[in-house]
Write a protein that binds this ligand. Structure first.
Ligand code: GTP
Ligand code: ZN
Length: 228
């Protein structure tokens, strides 16, 4: 079975639900996860297919390097985003204003071409008695970024996980990113970026809350896109 197939399969079981993902991680469509050796052999095949010689000195270690790189790029499949948000703090003297972390840079990979998506996420919520450690917002972005992604899906996943676990009065997520599948191949349009958003609860229902969030993240003006 090819490398592409297992990655598509992983995405499939991700779609059937985060909770079930952990339980079914080893088996996808009744197919065992390939071994590291099989993954390296798949990279070797791709080198051959590209037209080079995987046995020449410079490429000898490339399959194992690529597999190690994939472990890093796709580490998010092994992480449970709900666990990241499990620890909360309630001693905040009744703080009930918006909490926003902006410019969370991330690197992801597009699920269509498996090339980088590089961008930044802005995540905000309106607390309901409990807050989380601020690093957890960045960790939440990381977990979803380190999977094969579509930007719209990643935006919804971050917002909805935060809402489901923390039960705040609302959540807002805006992602701005550049897709290398559009800059280094295909339509070749450098400098373009995609902006996606998900507004939940007060951010969806109350225009002034939404406006405040957009002002905090600087999206009321020209709002620049990352240079990639
Ligand atoms: N909506 C959305 N589309 C994306 C994202 N990342 C990549 N795409 C698009 O996914 C589409 C895949 O289209 P296909 O026609 O199946 O693939 P393709 O022949 O490689 O398309 P081109 O990129 O136009 O060459 C392309 O239009 C990509 O630009 C994303 O995060 N969100
Ligand atoms: Zn793509």
């Amino acid at each position: 079975m090819g490398f592409d197939t297992i990655l598509i399969a992983y995405d499939f079981h991700y779609l059937i639900g985060e909770r079930r993902m952990a339980a079914t991680k080893k088996k996808v469509r009744n197919v065992e996860r390939p071994t590291r050796e099989e993954a390296e052999a798949a990279v070797r095949t791709m080198i051959l297919w590209a037209g080079d010689d995987p046995d020449r000195e410079g490429l000898l270690e490339t399959p194992s390097r690529v597999v190690r790189a994939y472990e890093e790029f796709f580490a998010g499949y092994a992480q449970d985003p709900r666990e990241i948000l499990a620890k909360t703090f309630s001693e905040v003297e009744g703080y009930d204003e918006m909490i926003v972390m902006n410019d969370i840079r991330f690197e992801s990979h597009c699920e269509h071409h498996m090339v980088p998506i590089i961008g930044k996420a802005h995540v905000g919520y309106l607390p309901n008695k409990r807050v989380i450690g601020i690093s957890k917002l960045a960790r939440l972005v990381e977990v979803y970024a380190r999977r094969l992604q579509v930007q719209e899906k990643m935006t919804v996943q971050i917002a909805d996980t935060l809402q489901e676990v923390l039960h705040p009065k609302g959540v807002a997520v805006v992602i701005e990113a550049a897709h290398q599948c559009m800059t280094t191949r295909g339509v070749h349009k450098p400098g373009v970026g995609l902006v996606t958003s998900r507004m939940v609860g007060a951010f969806r229902d109350d225009p002034s809350t939404r406006r405040e969030f957009l002002a905090v993240i600087g999206r009321t003006g020209a709002g620049g896109l990352p240079n990639t």
